[in-house]
Design a protein around this ligand. Structure first.
Ligand code: IMP
Ligand code: MG
Length: 178
């Protein structure tokens, strides 16, 4: 897929994304006022969402990154490897985990447990996308950008074989209607 490839279907426009991210930032700013939260972006996928979200935050906050690799074939296997741990000390801090997408939920489940072992004051989850028909998680996802059907999407940080992260919108691979 490239700019000339007809097989890309826009699912969420850049305009809708920016509007929704602004709403999320406003809500998070209200809820965490005076709490100095630390946002932890999950690399690589969340880097664009985190960058946009942070610029809509109107309260004191900090940020860090964590990197994991999930060994998946065509589906999430549940085997997750920690590539880069957080550098910040999150003990007694309000942590907001920032994900690009929750699919099976295995990655976010792993990350919550990892961060929880450092005894934070609270852990919240902000995900740009959620596939509600697939995600099987036993905790609340606090902030959700968009719920999407169970199909593979790219753009706005999300990749297919490391490509297409730079696209401003969210695209479905293939041009068949939803
Ligand atoms: P999980 O199944 O919730 O553990 O998701 C694992 C990871 O797979 C996510 O953090 C994404 O990086 C990636 N992923 C899941 N669904 C998609 C998709 O539709 N497009 C691109 N990446 C995806
Ligand atoms: Mg990811």
């Amino acid at each position: 897929m490239n700019d000339l490839d007809p097989n890309k279907t826009l699912l969420i426009s850049p305009e809708r994304i920016q509007k929704r991210v602004g709403e999320m930032g406003k809500e998070i700013s209200e809820i965490f006022l005076g709490k100095d939260p630390i946002f932890i972006g999950v690399l690589n996928g969340s880097f664009i969402f985190l960058a946009d979200l942070l610029r809509t935050i109107s309260i004191d906050c900090e940020m860090d990154f964590i990197k994991v690799r999930s060994y998946v074939g065509k589906e999430s296997s549940g085997t997750i490897q920690l590539i880069k741990d957080i550098s910040a000390n999150v003990t007694n801090r309000h942590v907001i985990l920032v994900e690009d997408i929750i699919d099976s939920g295995n990655t976010i489940q792993f990350l919550r447990e990892r961060v929880n072992s450092a005894n934070p004051k609270s852990i919240s989850v902000a995900t740009f996308l959620l596939k509600p028909e697939i995600a099987k998680i036993n905790f609340q996802v606090d902030f959700i950008g968009f719920e999407i059907p169970p199909e593979f999407v790219v753009g706005y940080g999300l990749d297919f074989n490391q490509k297409y992260r730079h696209l401003n919108g969210i695209y479905r691979l293939g041009n068949e209607p939803a």
